[in-house]
Design a protein around this ligand. Structure first.
Ligand SMILES: Cc1cc2nc3c(=O)[nH]c(=O)nc-3n(C[C@H](O)[C@H](O)[C@H](O)COP(=O)(O)O)c2cc1C
Length: 367
């Protein structure tokens, strides 16, 4: 029995995971979502502790661990994920109009590497379809923090206008807005990371927030790991001058490390999971050093245990997200990470997560 599981619940969880992994990956994902939506999820030990509480972007979090965008694209299961112990959930990516995404198969498990390749291409129900659901959640008492991730339609004539439309449509039902300009699965989308385009995009989002009466809504820019330090430095300066609150570091990578062993490693798309941990954490540490406290940072990429979550925080993350490891380890992972973070805090002699943020950034840069 591993930590985070009761004897009975642990066996059931492992059986359920094994059964899901016998299915074609996207069917398994759909079934997992359906089960969560219908309350069919295992009881998970709740880890609540004052020392895990944290504030970021003017929001209060019960703990710093969140579900990354892409698991709950159409905002179906955030309450189930909060109930499992996540401090926050980011839904989306949502585009103004619904779109089917790329042809199947488009989701691949790289089991030997504990990784995933996806080329979904923003399949989603569209912003209007989920607004009512988000409204209901927003009004819930005692809920966790809700992030809404927005993007552009593949066939859009004006992609920047799509981000503004997302802000206008959804900012009043979001605790924070994530601007996803780094999916590798919408051709050309990453060009929006260029300084001129990003400047325009943030200005357009700012105007939309003002129009929606939500100027104070935190905006976080989600970036790709496949950029160099000079590009990162430019993004940081433009993000700050454009009024962004922070960065989400990072999305999936188009790189294919030599170490990959899985036969699926040649599939096109974005790679996530364990092999993304090192490059995304190094980029995070660079962002921490370059931003000098002017931006809040969410660290995501390859987190799969307390140690890797703690390293994200040491590298500079105010908050941490994961997705791929949830697919491989299931809900028991959440209490395991939270309990492990408490141990790390004790070991380091810190009274709160905030005290540890960035404490190891220079170690990461020297690696
Ligand atoms: C199946 C899948 C779908 C994803 N969809 C999105 C998405 O719609 N929007 C987005 O910003 N990121 C998306 N991501 C990227 C994740 O949010 C995250 O940045 C990335 O997977 C790295 O975290 P991980 O290694 O913990 O999975 C997706 C990732 C996966 C595996």
């Amino acid at each position: 029995m591993s930590d985070g599981e009761t004897a009975h619940g642990g066996v059931l969880q492992r059986l359920a995971l094994r059964a899901l992994h016998c299915l074609e990956p996207e069917r398994a994902h759909d079934l997992a979502l359906w089960s969560l939506q219908h309350g069919l999820f295992p009881a998970v030990e709740q880890v609540r502790d004052e020392r895990l509480r944290t504030s970021c972007c003017g929001l209060r979090f019960a703990n710093p661990l969140g579900m990354a965008a892409g698991f709950d694209k159409d905002a179906r299961v955030a309450p189930a994920l909060w109930n499992m112990g996540f401090g926050f959930v980011e839904v989306g990516t949502l585009t103004p109009r619904p779109q089917p995404g790329n042809a199947r198969p488009r989701l691949f498990r790289l089991r030997e590497d504990e990784a995933i390749i996806n080329r979904f291409g923003f399949n989603n129900a569209g912003q209007a379809a989920v607004r009512g659901q988000l409204q209901r959640w927003h009004a819930m008492i005692g809920r966790g923090v809700l992030g809404v991730n927005v993007g552009a339609n593949k066939d859009s004539a004006d992609r920047i206008a799509d981000y503004a439309a997302g802000a206008l449509a959804l900012a009043d039902v979001a605790d924070y807005l994530a601007v996803n300009i780094s999916s590798p699965n919408t051709p050309g989308l990453r060009d929006l990371q260029g300084p001129r385009a990003l400047e325009k995009l943030l200005a357009a989002v700012g105007r939309a927030l003002a129009e929606a009466g939500r100027e104070q809504c935190p905006v976080l820019v989600k970036i790709a790991p496949d950029i160099d330090e000079a590009e990162l430095a430019e993004i940081i300066e433009v993000a700050i001058s454009g009024g962004a609150t922070g960065l989400i570091v990072s999305n999936t990578t188009i790189a294919r490390p030599e170490t990959l062993r899985s036969p699926q490693r040649g599939e096109a798309g974005g790679l996530s999971g364990r092999p993304l941990f090192e490059p995304s954490t190094r980029l995070l540490a660079q962002a921490h050093v370059l931003a000098k406290g002017r931006l809040r940072l969410i660290g995501v990429g390859g987190v799969h245990d307390a140690k890797t979550a703690w390293e994200k925080i040491r590298a500079g993350a105010d908050l941490v997200q994961l997705l791929s490891a949830f697919v491989y380890h299931g809900p028991a992972l959440i209490p395991r990470i939270l309990r492990g973070l408490l141990l790390e805090l004790e070991r380091a002699g810190h009274a709160s997560i905030g005290e540890a943020v960035g404490s190891g950034a220079h170690d990461w840069l020297e690696k």
